[in-house]
Each structure stands twice: as C-alpha cells, then as structure tokens.
Design a protein around this ligand. Structure first.
Ligand code: SAH
Ligand code: MG
Length: 196
C-alpha cells in the first residue's frame, strides 16, 4: 500500500470533516481481521473510500469489497481515491441509496460493515442477515452515538436515530442466530457473529 497517498487521503477526509472510521476502531478491527483472507466484504457508507481502502488488507488475493455511497460527490472522490491506491480491481463502489441497492444484491459476504444513516440500521441488519452465512461478521459503527444511546435524555434531532440504534442493538442481542458484543470503542462498535 502506498503510505504517502494513503496519508493524504486520510488528511483530506479529516480536513473536510468526513466522519471516517476512528483510529481506535480501526486498530481493533485490524487486530481481529488483518490478514484473515476474506473473500467478500460489504460496506454500507463509503464516504471517500478511506475505510474500504483500510479493509482491503483483510482480503484474500482474489477478494472483493462492495461498498455503497449515496452522495455522488463523495462517491466520485472515493472512486478516485481507490484508483490512486491501485485498488480499483478489488473495491467496487455502488453509487446510490443503500435502501434501494441492498435488495438488488444477492451475495454471501464474510464481513458486513454498517456505517451509514443511523435511522436505517434495523433495515441494514435485516439485509445483512439475508446476505450472511455461518461465520459472517456483521459490524456496525457508531452504535452508541456519542453516548446518546445509553442516556435517557435525547434532543429531538437525535431521537429517531437513537430509537433505531437501540432497535438494532436489541435485535442483534436477542437473535439466537447471532452472538453479539457491543464495545465501547470509538463511537461504539457492535460485532455480531452469525452462528447458523
Ligand atoms: N465508512 C466511511 C465513513 C462513512 S460516513 C469511512 O470510515 O471512511 C457515512 C456515509 O454514509 C456518508 O458518506 C453518507 O453519505 C453515507 N450514507 C448515509 N446514508 C446512506 C444510505 N442510505 N445509502 C448510502 N449511503 C449512505
Ligand atoms: Mg462511522
């Protein structure tokens, strides 16, 4: 991986206030997934491609990442960034709303990373379950949303997001097909392993 271009992509994303994956979250995912030779990874919420580029190190030689972004400007920048890292043969960017694109996909993924509209997390989980197999990891970022999810006072603006994040956590913990851990890393990370 070209370290210099990678650091430039990260710096520009931070300068532009793009909510890229936090360093401690990435460090944790690296600790469980680095060199794990995954064949297929699905990401919901590409932004400018930073996390996809990081996750490319979890792939097998012929592994592929499918990633979805609805903001056309960001998707365009992601495609450029991915090209500049010479990863365009491994990372496919789908431009559009994941709510519309997910139902058109029909693959089984080894890792599914949910990092988009919080109000849609329960729907993303149901789609992730449909495209899972035994051993798939379903990972959701920002699951504790600055602590709002654990507190009883929420401003109106966050109310819908918080309700849906709580619904996601409840489903992930209650579903007998999943073994779920909620970790206080970064902005909160949910990791579910598909058991059957
Ligand atoms: N995973 C990225 C950061 C993603 S930020 C990284 O760590 O580098 C969340 C992104 O999800 C934003 O760019 C936003 O435009 C996108 N998004 C939000 N809702 C979406 C939806 N319904 N479908 C597709 N993309 C969505
Ligand atoms: Mg995030």
């Amino acid at each position: 991986m070209d370290r210099k271009i990678f650091e430039e992509i990260k710096k520009k994303a931070l300068d532009d206030h793009i909510p890229i994956i936090m360093d401690d979250t990435l460090e944790y995912l690296d600790s469980i997934l680095l060199n794990s030779n995954k064949d297929r990874i699905l990401e919901i919420g590409t932004a400018v491609g930073y996390s996809s580029i990081c996750f490319s190190r979890y792939l097998s030689d012929n592994g592929q990442i499918d990633t979805i972004e609805r903001d056309e400007e960001r998707a365009k920048e992601a495609i450029e960034n991915i090209k500049s890292m010479k990863l365009d043969n491994k990372i496919n960017v789908f431009v559009g709303d994941a709510v519309e694109i997910l139902p058109t996909l029909d693959n089984k993924y080894d890792v599914i990373f949910i990092d988009a509209a919080k109000g849609k997390y329960p729907f993303f989980l149901s789609e992730a379950l449909r495209m899972s197999k035994v051993g798939t990891l379903i990972i959701a970022d920002n699951i504790l949303y600055k602590g709002y999810v654990m507190s009883d006072y929420n401003k109106h603006k966050q109310r819908t997001a918080v309700r849906n994040l709580r619904e996601y956590i409840k489903e992930a913990l209650d579903n007998p097909k999943l073994k779920t851990e909620i970790l206080e890393i970064g902005d909160g990370l949910s990791i579910s392993k598909v058991l059957e």
